[in-house]
Ligand binder design. Sequence first.
Ligand code: PRP
Length: 212
Amino acid sequence: MEPYITIALPKGKLFKLSTDLFEKIGWTAEGLNEKSRKLVITNEEQRLKFIITKTADVPTYVEYGAADIGIIGKDVIAESGKDVYELLDLGFGKCHLMMAVLKDKKRASLLDYSNTRVATKFPHIAEQFFDSQGMQMEYIKLNGSIELGPIIGLSDSIVDIVETGTTLRENNLEEIACIMNATARLIANRVSFKLKFDRINSMVTELKKFVS
Ligand code: PRP
């Protein structure tokens, strides 16, 4: 019998966009929705298994081959440092990673923030960026609501994702440096890509028809 293809999908903003895209090529499964308490959703007929994971864990499942493929933001791939094969830029989930500070605490230049505290969910990308600017920083790792950092005095700045800019505006924060642009990517485990080449490759060909 044909082996399953296991697909890791992240909870949150990319979930619906990802399942909608797979649906277009007929890859779906009964009960596949974000609210499902069932974490592995199988389509026996098509030999597909969908797993629903925390956003930051998708590259881990794929790197270890627990999932053959996955969909996840470029920002999360970069932060994870995981060795996965990027098959396709899906174009959706557009955002950028940036540094922001409270408007009324803005300093004259980026270098003026050297040796201050930055709160972030992306400490590796942040460190690479500040190192490239020759800046030493103190990093405080948070797991969400990063914007709270400067507001309550935990940090001087944040490094975080901006999509619409609403969160920054509503919290009196201002972007002072863009670090990287990101979109959602289709990724694959390197071994799975070779072993299941025919199915994965024809899936990519089909998906390309729906990706702008
Ligand atoms: C992300 C990010 C910002 C927000 C930006 O948070 O960390 O807080 O979205 O989006 P915007 O520019 O459209 O306002 P998310 O909703 O993923 O939750 P989190 O704060 O718990 O990480």
